[in-house]
Write a new protein. Structure first.
Length: 197
């Protein structure tokens, strides 16, 4: 049962991440209809998985998964507590709604430039940020979701869109630098970056 709990904690990250990798392959062959359907299936699948995670949390309490069974200061921790479970359920619901809306709103030109893999990568980054139990890994997941959002913002050829994307990138690079410096200083002060459970 411990393996099931570990997989369940990671499923909101693994499903969109693996789906994004498969969607990259599909986008290489320009299969837009297949990409749309597969991305929608991924979004639909994430909702019952996150609800199952919420049910499991209500039964067992806080679920902790240590990557490769390394202890907490050395290994990567993923934690499903009340806030993180609530947030991944919200991401799954909103993500499904956005995916349904995108089927009719996002143009085929944008979809050709890997919209669907980037969208699933954005969802994986959000879920990773909510489920991480380590401050440095929070920074890593932020970067994953920011990189995918940078590319999603700049998919069009509109000059105003490119200008807005550049401003967004610049502000986020400055914020990321401050976040990384603060993380380094906190590690130097406390000797650990694990978030309290």
């Amino acid at each position: 049962m411990k393996l099931f709990d570990s997989w369940l904690v990671l499923s909101p990250i693994l499903v969109p991440f693996a789906g994004a990798a498969l969607l990259v392959f599909l986008s290489y062959y320009q299969r837009i209809k297949v990409q749309q359907r597969f991305s929608l299936v991924l979004s639909i699948l994430q909702l019952p998985l996150t609800l199952l995670l919420a049910w499991r949390f209500s039964q067992k309490g806080i679920l902790v998964m240590q990557a490769s069974n390394w202890p907490a200061p050395f290994g990567i921790s993923f934690v499903a507590d009340a806030l993180s479970v609530l947030m991944v359920v919200i991401v799954a619901m909103v993500g499904l709604a956005v995916n349904i809306y995108a089927l009719s709103d996002i143009g085929k030109d944008h979809q050709r430039f890997a919209y669907h893999p980037l969208y699933q990568l954005l969802i994986a980054g959000l879920n990773g940020a909510f489920l991480t139990g380590d401050l440095f890994n929070l920074y890593v997941w932020f970067e994953i979701l920011l990189i995918s959002s940078f590319v999603l913002l700049s998919l069009g050829n509109d000059r105003a869109q490119i200008r807005g994307a550049l401003s967004y990138v610049l502000l986020n690079l400055i914020a990321s630098a401050f976040f990384l410096m603060a993380t380094g200083m906190l590690y130097g002060y406390s000797g650990s970056l694990n978030l309290p459970i």
